[in-house]
Design a binder for this molecule. Structure first.
Ligand SMILES: [Fe+2]
Ligand SMILES: [Fe+2]
Length: 316
């Protein structure tokens, strides 16, 4: 882009906008590193929404009632919508959904590691809604005020839908807790499997998160990983008590001095191992995504051919 305005002045204007907690919009000048960080983060977020459809989509055909099936279908469709808003936000930064999907399939971009764990029973639909969507809300509510306009605006709608997801999960688990002992055991077993991976959703501890400082200076992030993790623990413990389940952490206890719950350390070796591709479902999730992408190629080609034909006819 040719511009008569010198880069230091543009940078000063950018810093002023970020400093005032105003929005950076797609046509504003932005440092290349800011653009790159945002593309990486928004793409990772979009991929998580799309890959996140798989563990629950796995249970649509085996829902225990028509009501549960309708709820789950609506929830999984919402996640597809979230993915699309986010790919659109990423496109305003000068990339494309095709490009990002190809990077994902090639293993060059990540998605949230939580989706590399299997869903072993319908109970997991409830636990994912309660804990995974719950953790997503903790992460995403502050993102409504992130410095990049299209990302922040997409998050406002997404957060409203995520809170419906969380409540449907909690309601499913509550229904099971009012059922038989076997159902209560299923809920506890499922919560035991998802608790630690849910805590890992906030990312590595602050002292092992090299990008956090810069992202906070740019107003992309407004809270650190550890702050958000603490918030999630504090929020979840009373909910677990209301449900009548426990979390598999002997160190979890109220600390009156801090005004927060103390809790144990997630297994960060497991976290990094899953990030590197060695989780129980990494290969399956990516293979499934690749198959869907390949099998959908003719639809994308047909849509483009149709659009080209329409525009030719309109201009004839
Ligand atoms: Fe979502
Ligand atoms: Fe969700």
């Amino acid at each position: 882009m040719s511009s008569a305005v010198a880069e230091p002045q543009l940078e000063a204007e950018f810093e002023a906008i970020v400093g005032h907690k105003d929005r950076i919009e797609p046509r504003d000048w932005m440092p290349e590193a800011y653009r790159k960080t945002l593309i990486r983060q928004v793409a990772q977020h979009a991929h998580s929404e799309i890959i996140g459809m798989q563990p629950e989509g796995n249970w649509i055909g085996r829902a225990p009632s028509l009501r549960r099936k309708a709820i789950l279908l609506a929830k999984v469709q919402d996640e597809a919508g979230h993915g699309l808003y986010l790919y659109s936000a990423a496109e305003t930064l000068g990339t494309s959904r095709n490009e990002l999907t190809e990077l994902l399939i090639a293993g060059k971009q990540k998605y949230s590691s939580i989706f590399n764990y299997p869903t072993l029973s319908y109970t997991d639909v409830g636990t994912i809604g309660w804990l995974v969507d719950g953790a997503a809300i903790c992460n995403q509510v502050p993102l409504c005020r992130t410095s990049f306009g299209p990302y922040g605006r997409a998050m406002i709608r997404i957060c409203k839908e995520e809170s419906f997801h969380q409540r449907q999960g909690f309601e499913l688990l509550m229904t099971m807790m009012r059922g038989t002992q076997e159902q209560r055991d299923m809920v506890q077993e499922s919560v035991n499997r998802f608790w630690w991976p849910a805590l890992m959703m906030f990312g590595p501890p602050d002292d092992a998160s090299p990008n956090t400082e810069q992202s906070m200076a740019w107003g992309i992030k407004t809270h650190t990983n550890d702050e958000l993790r603490q918030k999630f623990v504090d929020m979840s413990v009373p909910q677990a008590e209301a449900l009548g389940v426990t979390f598999p952490d002997p160190e979890l206890k109220w600390n009156a001095e801090r005004g927060h719950y103390d809790f144990g350390t997630p297994d960060w070796d497991e976290f990094w191992d899953v990030v590197k591709g060695n989780g129980p479902c990494n290969a399956q999730r990516l293979a499934h995504r690749k198959r869907a992408w390949d099998e959908g190629a003719w639809v994308r080609e047909a849509a483009l051919a149709f659009a080209a034909k329409e525009s030719k006819e309109n201009h004839a």
